[in-house]
Design a protein around this ligand. Structure first.
Ligand SMILES: *Cc1c(COP(=O)(O)O)cnc(C)c1O
Length: 371
């Protein structure tokens, strides 16, 4: 019999909140008392800070990561009749960012680091291709040298989905800074997480930044002078203020996750799993720590086994976008993207969050080794 049963959630946001509680509450009160809640100084400050953190000239705060994606593609003029190359193993929002505009996603399989396989991009380029969307899934940067080169050669826009890669570095540069735009989500579970929804685009392109700012506010720069049909997609003052607090601690947040990942790397010793690998030359931020089993049956057994021991896990993501009901209309069949489908059947995200104690980590490692 086990002597002790712990209860470990796959994620646990309250611990990060507690750690920074004083600063967060002070900021929240400051915003409440300011009397100004949308498009004010908190947003301006956060945008300047996040641009500076990423060494780019602009950051435009938006209402979500999905908005960051679809509005960016819209501002690039991408729509009906256009194709965008997207990696097939991603959160469905990456794909919706394309299809909301009427454009067609063209899926490319991932490489062994869960990023878009750069060697399979060129064969998918047609005269309709307008952009490539690289997703730094789980906080592991994609192979940006090759991807940047392909986009330059074929004159394609390069957009990075950085919803899971705040602070991740590829060969000395921040993710989100390689192409035309980096799209971020500040959904509460992300490494830089708000206390509600939020998103942003970073860019060095002055025109893109300007058009995003206009679009997010009903297409107006000046009150009641609407120059395009826009959206309401503004990062509010409260979230912006709270994000400024969290941004000051982002490096610490990412370092803690790297330490946890390092312990997993070193201590999980079970030939039944493949551990995630860091792409050479990269600094990963471990939004998730994703292990793989031999097959679906073993993965599903592992989920039950861990659950019996009070350890929560999540599959990111169990149904690849091309097989989801929403994208039935694209006409993909099971088996059309075998690597992506194999990953979906065999991956498992084990607990990874800030404030995850060493004792909890030991308990999880021991359980995994005994499986
Ligand atoms: C979270 C996420 C998004 C969407 O962000 P929201 O803020 O939830 O709209 C997009 N892409 C990826 C890879 C994500 O993980």
């Amino acid at each position: 019999m086990r002597k002790k049963m712990m209860n470990i959630m796959p994620n646990n946001l309250i611990r990060t909140f507690r750690k920074y509680q004083d600063e967060l509450e002070e900021t929240a009160i400051e915003v409440f008392r300011s009397g100004w809640y949308i498009l004010g100084s908190q947003l301006r400050d956060f945008e300047a800070e996040f641009a500076s953190y990423n060494h780019v000239s602009h950051c435009v705060g938006l209402a979500s990561g999905l908005d960051a994606l679809w509005i960016t593609f819209r501002m690039m003029g991408i729509g009906e009749g256009d194709e965008v190359i997207v990696q097939a193993n991603t959160y469905i929002a990456s794909v919706m960012g394309v299809t909301i505009n009427g454009a067609v996603p063209v899926f490319v399989e991932p490489d062994e680091y869960f990023g878009i396989d750069a060697d399979k991009i060129e064969e998918k380029i047609t005269d309709k291709t307008k952009a490539v969307l690289a997703v730094h899934l789980y906080g592991i940067p994609c192979e940006m040298d090759k991807i940047t080169e392909i986009c330059r050669k074929h004159n394609l826009y390069l957009v990075e989905d950085c919803a899971q890669s705040h602070g991740a570095v590829y060969k000395g540069s921040m993710t989100g800074t390689f192409g035309d735009a980096g799209c971020f989500s500040f959904y509460p579970t992300k490494n830089l997480g708000a206390y509600g929804d939020g998103g942003a685009v970073i860019t060095n392109n002055d025109d893109l930044a300007k058009s995003l700012r206009i679009f997010r506010n009903y297409g107006s720069q000046e009150h009641y002078k609407n120059i395009v049909v826009g959206a309401n997609s503004r990062l509010d003052e409260l979230q912006a203020g709270l994000l400024s607090v969290k941004l000051r601690h982002l490096d610490e947040i990412n370092t803690e996750r790297r330490i946890i990942a390092g312990r997993y790397d070193e201590r999980i010793e079970n030939p039944k799993f493949v551990l995630p690998r860091q792409r050479p030359g990269c600094s990963c931020v471990y939004h998730q720590y994703v292990i793989r089993s031999r097959d679906r049956e073993m993965r599903d057994k592992l989920i039950c086994y861990l659950d019996d021991r009070g350890i929560g896990t999540i599959i990111h993501y169990p149904i690849p976008p091309h097989l989801s009901e929403a994208y039935e209309y694209l006409g993909y069949q099971k088996g059309s993207l075998p690597i992506t489908e194999h990953y979906a059947d065999t991956i498992l995200s084990i607990p990874m969050y800030n404030g995850y104690t060493e004792e909890e980590q030991e308990y999880v490692i021991k359980a995994l080794n005994e499986f």
